[in-house]
Design a protein around this ligand. Sequence first.
Ligand code: PLP
Length: 389
Amino acid sequence: MKTRLLTPGPTPLPEEVRLTLAMDMVHHRKEGFTALLGEIQQGLKWLFGTEQPVIPLTCSGTGAMTAAVGNLFKPGEQVLVIEGGKFGERWGEIAGTHGLDCAVMTVPWGKAVTVEHVETALKNYPDAKGILIQASETSTGVLHPIKELAAFTRERDLMLVVDGISAVGISPCPMDEWGIDCLLTGSQKGLMLPPGLAFIALSERAWKRVEEIKPRNFYFNLLGERAKIMVNNQTNFTPAINLLMGLSTCLDLFQERTMEEVFRTQWALTQMARAGAKALGLELLAKDHYTWGLTSIRLPAGVDGAVLLKACAERYGVVMAGGQGHLKGRIVRMGHMGHVDFADVMAGLYALAQGLKLTGGHSGSRDYLERAMEAFETSLADGPPADLC
Ligand SMILES: *Cc1c(COP(=O)(O)O)cnc(C)c1O
């Protein structure tokens, strides 16, 4: 049986990428590789929508979150953390470890924050130097309004730090156009690579802040990394060479397809998963503001999520994720980011329906696959709504 990885990271790999990853080592200070890093830099800037350098880091996504906090803020400074899920919580943990004065604004899991709420919260925290938020909160499937928030923060002396780990390459998040101060992502979600690389870019004013603060990190030292990449097309330490070669292949694939096309497909897959789940009689966790790379689906009362997920994997080869924190066992998170197509989502919906039958929760219509495909076709033709782009 074929295994289908429908998890919100890691995601499946295109064959071209797997073949690149299988190549022999090259040396990271020699000309061939530095030329490749130069090309990758252009590709990453294009992907992030920025004129600023995009720094590759050898670590998982959380490493880039740590780098952001450690380089942009001094211990004792205040930040506002938007916490609407597991990864929002992580911002708070990282900021706390770094000795920041952390003001946490909780948002009900499944809901997006609003600019008005942030504005009100900031009245109590006039000294806040930045806002730490997810573009897409992967634990709930919520898409936060980054464009609107950036329009708000760019007028103020307030850094907008965006964890785009399940957004970059999945839904629009053009850094310079929107006015984001720090955008970061990891390799194993939308970018169709194995885990092990992260990327971080800062706005002009964010770089000024880093220059003033002069952070003392040895490893995640963004000033040092910027100098090295801009002058020599190198990284300060040995990077994950084969992952960077794989990234070059991924960027080629993105450029051939165009981001417009990638976003259109991600949008259509999302509509497909949502329509299918609804036709199965299921409720969606993120109702209005949902991400384009995963769909979080509530399970009917009495259905054991762990049993259902195990059945999907063992009987149909479909690997999906469950809930985290208080949502453990209560939701299914179907990933459809990266190298995933309509046939994968169809397999996901079918496995889910069968899993529900086994666990006593199936109550929806029999034509859920047709409805899902209809939603896919219509959304592919119409494209995503302009206000989200
Ligand atoms: C996956 C994910 C992370 C964690 O990334 P790691 O690579 O596991 O460190 C953080 N934030 C978001 C939004 C994610 O989706």
